[in-house]
Design a protein around this ligand. Structure first.
Ligand SMILES: NC(=O)c1ccc[n+]([C@@H]2O[C@H](COP(=O)([O-])OP(=O)(O)OC[C@H]3O[C@@H](n4cnc5c(N)ncnc54)[C@H](OP(=O)(O)O)[C@@H]3O)[C@@H](O)[C@H]2O)c1
Length: 334
């Protein structure tokens, strides 16, 4: 089958469309014929090996897919051939086919197509775990996400608002800030021109989702309310930060962080069940919507990475896997 392979660490040009072995489902795995795959900043980090990702060579990137179940392993209970699913995967999404533990698949919500469904898993799982599980976000609380128009940001704003919270964001342009507010953010601060501490300290944050690190750690601590919680999911401006221990003690702050990709299937299966129970109904009601910025054909994954690295996008970048990449024994079902 065809897949995009990281042939060596480097720029987007190291992503090459190549022939690789088609996987076969074992045990509780389903084989998904991929129709669309989400692009994530983690894929860019894996490719370039900058930041927290390990360099990955001769590996197929891609952390989320949407498609059709083509075959099932002997122990699969829930899914059957022809079911439309989206799933969280730990690599291998930029391909025509992927095997997935059946517990990590979710039904595609009514009304969404494959492109939109592929935009959901990675950000919803990340926000669910860090904001709602680890940081125990509660109804009525104030929440801040830095990078409000990132794939993560647009999901975080919508999830918090849908769950009865007030969302705040920072973003790097007026246009990006307006978009955050159109999603329901109470205020978005253009951090390149305005001081988010001055604007958000009077509001006070209960939970902060931070992908920036660096100098923002101290600033975040300053704007947090007593018993505030902060979860790191990256450190795009620096992995080393100063903390104010007096502030930590006097406000009883909690700082945490996580990486979703390396977690076990059991860990992710628990999140999948929680998300299907709590978040999927909100997606079905249209309270949480996929925000797709641009779709690229699978073969143009390098251009998709170039766009992501430009940081000019708002929301998700998606790869569409055309039917020319699939093999059909008979007339296909779509
Ligand atoms: N730990 C985990 O499990 C986990 C899971 C998923 C994602 N993440 C992380 O969450 C972040 C968002 O992921 P994503 O896929 O949604 O990314 P994305 O769509 O590419 O968004 C990243 C955004 O971050 C902002 N940004 C802030 N500082 C930046 C810097 N120094 N360089 C470049 N951009 C910067 C940019 O917007 P502005 O113009 O507003 O600056 C950019 O659009 C990434 O850092 C990713 O690694 C972590």
């Amino acid at each position: 089958m065809k897949a995009i392979v990281i042939t060596e660490k480097g720029g987007p040009e190291v992503l090459k469309l190549m022939e690789v072995d088609k996987p076969e489902p074992q045990g509780n795995q389903v084989l998904v014929r991929i129709m669309a795959a989400g692009v994530n900043r983690s894929d860019v980090i894996s490719r370039s090996s900058k930041g927290y990702g390990k360099p990955v060579e001769n590996e197929v990137p891609g952390l989320e897919i949407a498609g059709v179940v083509e075959a099932v392993g002997a122990d699969v209970q829930r899914w059957k051939q022809g079911d439309k699913v989206c799933a969280l995967v730990a690599g291998g999404g930029y391909a025509a086919y992927k095997t997935v533990d059946e517990r990590l698949c979710l039904p595609i919500p009514d009304g969404l197509d494959f492109i939109e469904a592929a935009a959901l898993p990675e950000t919803i799982f990340t926000v669910w775990y860090n904001v709602f599980k680890t940081s125990r976000f509660k109804w009525g609380e104030n929440f801040l996400v830095h990078g409000g128009t990132s794939g993560i940001g647009v999901t975080a704003i919508q999830m918090v608002v849908a769950m009865g919270g007030k969302a705040y964001a920072t973003a790097g342009s007026v246009e990006k800030c307006e978009f955050c507010e159109s999603l329901g953010a109470s205020m978005a601060v253009n951090y390149k021109e305005e001081d988010f501490v001055a604007l958000l300290k009077p509001v006070g944050m209960d939970v902060i989702l931070d992908m920036t690190g660096g100098e923002n750690t101290l600033k975040n601590m300053e704007i947090m309310n007593p018993d505030g919680r902060m979860a790191y999911i990256n450190a795009m401006t620096g992995t080393k930060s100063e903390i104010d221990i007096l502030q930590l003690m006097s406000k009883r702050l909690q700082l945490t962080g996580s990486m979703l990709k390396p977690q076990t299937d059991d860990f992710k299966a628990e999140l999948t069940w929680e998300i299907e129970t709590v978040i999927w109904p909100l997606v079905a009601e249209g309270k949480i919507k996929p925000v797709v910025h641009q779709v690229f054909p699978l073969a143009e994954a390098a251009d998709a990475h170039r766009l992501m690295e430009s940081s000019t996008h708002i929301g998700k970048i998606i790869l569409k896997v055309g039917d020319e990449f699939h093999t059909f024994a008979t007339t296909h079902i779509l």
